[in-house]
Design a protein around this ligand. Structure first.
Ligand code: GLU
Length: 319
């Protein structure tokens, strides 16, 4: 009888211990983008770095491949994602409830840090004959799947261009599908707001003659006026095979966002792990190699999350 009692007590204690351990584990889901972009490996690196310390902080991070920035914001709004990488312009429109987020404002968005610049890439097949932005008129152009950052940005872009989005034959493919469609001649060009050197464009440029097309100075001038999250940049020459010259375009920043639904402890530990393993983080992708903590405090569209503020104050990076 006594033995049975001891055994029962032992079993109950084990179950209780396991339950407390489980209760202490916090799951964090990070939204990214298409697997051929830069968000996916970047979010992968963040989660890997966070999980290295899971015994200490109890946080277990996982990454989801998603449709892109606008999808990520909407998924955070309904708590399907805890954190996500989002283009700074999309974050701005969502936080302020303007443009494609009119009537769908997401006020609870909070910034964690900004990441790499994302130039707006226009990838055209050589045989399409597209050499300038104007040549896109009448062509079959993939502006991106609904939910993608490039599609959201396109709406703003075509508000300042000499011709409208309906003057092209618009496709709504996912970023990962666009290169094959271009190679097969089913589209003439595609848009992709993405970190320089993304596998998506590197692959198609290595196997096919493609030209990266400039947006043009006039359009860039109109676009950047009064929109501080758009900046004029050059995609350097020789990044993409067959494109030896710098290409003038505009860029946004990739930003890691979260919401007020996520606790200070979680955000603090995510930020701490990333900056304490910063060299490892920067090695994830060439687009991240140039990052500095200073730059990562800039280019944000929503207020900092208090958990991030706590860490940055400890480091003396913000006042
Ligand atoms: N900027 C793209 C978007 O918001 C994603 C780029 C990437 O996956 O690296 O949809």
């Amino acid at each position: 009888m006594k033995k049975v009692f001891v055994a029962l007590v032992a079993i109950i204690s084990i179950v209780l211990l396991a339950e407390t351990a489980l209760a202490k584990r916090i799951f964090v889901t990070i939204g990214s983008g298409s697997v051929t972009g830069v968000y996916y490996p970047t979010a992968g690196a963040i989660s890997k770095i966070v999980n290295k310390g899971k015994k200490d902080h109890g946080i277990r991070a996982t990454v989801e491949s998603t449709g892109g920035s606008a999808y990520n914001v909407n998924a955070m709004a309904i708590k399907e994602l805890d954190m996500a990488i989002v283009q700074s312009d999309v974050g701005y429109r969502a936080y302020n409830g303007i443009g494609d987020f009119k009537g769908k404002q997401v006020k609870k968005l909070r910034s964690v840090f900004s990441i790499h610049p994302e130039p707006f890439h226009i990838v055209a097949s050589d045989k399409s004959g597209i050499r300038t932005f104007r040549d896109l008129k009448g062509k079959r152009v993939n502006i991106g799947n609904p939910g993608s950052g490039q599609r959201s940005t396109s709406e703003v872009l075509f508000g300042v261009t000499p011709f409208g989005v309906n003057d092209m034959k618009v496709e709504s493919l996912k970023a990962s599908e666009a290169p094959d469609f271009l190679r097969d001649g089913r589209i003439d060009a595609y848009f992709y707001t993405v970190g320089i050197g993304s596998a998506n464009i590197m692959d198609v440029a290595s196997s096919h003659k493609v030209n990266i097309i400039s947006v043009g100075d006039l359009v860039i001038e109109k676009l950047t006026k009064g929109r501080p999250y758009f900046v004029a940049v050059d995609i350097p020459g020789n990044v993409y095979p067959g494109n030896p010259n710098p290409i003038r375009t505009f860029a946004v920043k990739a930003t890691l966002l979260t919401t007020t639904d996520v606790s200070d402890v979680v955000v603090y530990n995510v930020v701490k792990m990333v900056f304490e393993n910063f060299e490892e983080f920067k090695k994830t992708h060439p687009a991240l190699s140039i990052l500095t903590p200073d730059q990562m405090m800039q280019g944000l569209s929503a207020p900092f999350h208090p958990g991030a503020v706590k860490y940055y104050k400890e480091r003396g990076w913000i006042k």
